[in-house]
Design a protein around this ligand. Structure first.
Ligand code: FAD
Length: 398
């Protein structure tokens, strides 16, 4: 049995909380430091694909999340201009059979509450709110640990530090020599509507994905089907950091004014929108130094066009837990974890960028995309995601 270890995690987002739950156990204590005084999620949904679901199952959370989430029967892709269905990719039972776990959608706050409750019930894990880790100092010759810095002062020694502090990570800033995140020139507008406000013609059991020139639109049920999450993404020059800047309802309605009447009805339904400027970074060649590593958006911020940012953070947490289980040497365990994660997350980062370009094609290129998807058929549509959603199946490759 390894000696008692204490790991600090910077950031109480999904990646930080899943990492804490996966790592904390006998001989391995974890403290999560979250800068916010209160953990709160703005109204928005999250697609939990089968690869992420398997981790929730491993943590014993699947039953709770099952009650709070929705399993869409399919993803229906439509042309924005006239509402014509381009393709319908079945999910539901077919997804579960193919990838060995369900594809579900959930309200972020519901997932976060579930993770926090599990953390509070874990005697080896703790959460310190209102504490921002602004950097670290490695232990030195006689100490293989790491000191964290809070408000400029050294604030405790740990055996390891995980930077799960998101897109603007302070921990990453000390590991990588790079500039600011790269803004994509696209902004995501997000809202929720009550299920009974959903326009007639929208099937609440399906995820809707509408494609058009320089814009797309996504909607799906959350809160056990009581609400529908709507995300509208389009080209814009606005680029302030943050999750919850209020967006003017009239702006989003005007942007979709030349789309089909049904798409216009979807964007007209919410009363309140928040917006988020989309940024990512290129894959990083080194995630860690000594007993310090990264997880989630801090390690691999990506655009949301594969709906995998949180899923990758969830996978990270699981692999981190496996690497640290019973480990005496935290530094070696972190390097093992990074070796298992870097190529896959880089592929997803690049794939998300490429998908964004494809989604926003217009004119002849857009019509060619629609035609190609239209002839694919359900099996080929699903097969494109085997590498992504099949992760973690017994005998599957990383
Ligand atoms: C429009 C949109 C739709 C998306 N849809 C999906 C989807 O369907 N499925 C999916 O898997 N992903 C999706 N994503 C991506 C997903 O939201 C993110 O990848 C994920 O939330 C990142 O989680 P994280 O824990 O790594 O980072 P964050 O959520 O950014 O959490 C970081 C936390 O660290 C805290 N923090 C920051 N700095 C410090 C510090 N120095 N010290 C202490 N605490 C600190 C922050 O307050 C925050 O709580 C979407 C993203 C967008 C924008």
């Amino acid at each position: 049995m390894a000696a008692d270890r204490h790991i600090a995690i910077a950031g109480g987002g999904i990646a930080g909380l899943i990492s804490a739950l996966s790592v904390a156990g006998p001989g391995m204590r974890v403290t999560v430091f979250e800068q916010a005084g209160r953990l709160e999620e703005v109204g928005a949904g999250l697609q939990v694909s089968p690869n992420a679901w398997r981790v929730l199952e491993a943590l014993g959370l699947a039953e709770t999340v099952l009650r709070l989430s929705v399993a869409p029967a399919a993803i229906r892709m439509r042309r924005g201009s006239d509402g014509r269905t381009i393709a319908r990719m079945p999910l539901g039972g077919q997804a579960e059979r193919r990838w060995g776990a369900p594809y579900r959608v959930i309200h972020r706050a519901d997932l976060q509450d579930t993770l926090v409750a599990a953390l509070e019930a874990n005697p080896n894990a703790g959460l310190r709110l209102g504490t921002r880790i602004d950097g670290f100092r490695l232990g030195g010759v006689l100490d293989d640990g790491v000191q964290i810095s809070v408000d400029g002062d050294l604030a405790g020694r740990f055996d390891g530090l995980v930077g799960a502090d998101g897109l603007w990570s302070s921990i990453r800033a000390q590991i990588a020599d790079e500039g600011d995140p790269v803004y994509s020139g696209k902004v995501a507008w997000r809202a929720t509507i009550a299920a009974d406000q959903v326009p007639h013609g929208i099937d609440p059991d399906e995820t809707g994905l509408w494609l058009g020139r320089d814009a797309h639109l996504v909607h799906y049920g959350v809160r056990a089907g009581e609400e529908v999450n709507v995300v509208a993404i389009f080209a814009d020059h606005w680029s302030e950091p943050g999750w919850s800047a209020p967006g003017r309802r009239g702006d989003v309605i005007a942007r979709y004014a030349d789309w089909s009447p049904l798409a216009q009805a979807v964007v007209a339904a919410p009363k309140r929108w928040v917006k988020w400027a989309l940024a990512d970074r290129p894959p990083l060649s080194r995630w860690g130094v000594g007993p310090v590593t990264l997880a989630g958006d801090a390690a691999h911020p990506m655009l949301p066009f594969l709906a995998q940012g949180a899923a990758m953070g969830i996978e990270d947490g699981h692999v981190l837990g496996q690497a640290l289980a019973g480990a005496d040497d935290v530094e070696a365990a972190f390097r093992r974890y990074e070796n298992r994660r870097m190529a896959r997350t880089a592929r997803v980062q690049r794939g998300a960028r490429a998908n964004g370009d494809i989604y926003h094609l217009g004119g002849i290129a857009g019509r060619a995309r629609d035609a190609a998807m239209g002839v694919m058929g359900p099996d080929r549509l699903l097969a494109r995601f085997d590498w992504l959603y099949g992760w973690g199946r017994p005998a599957a490759e990383d």
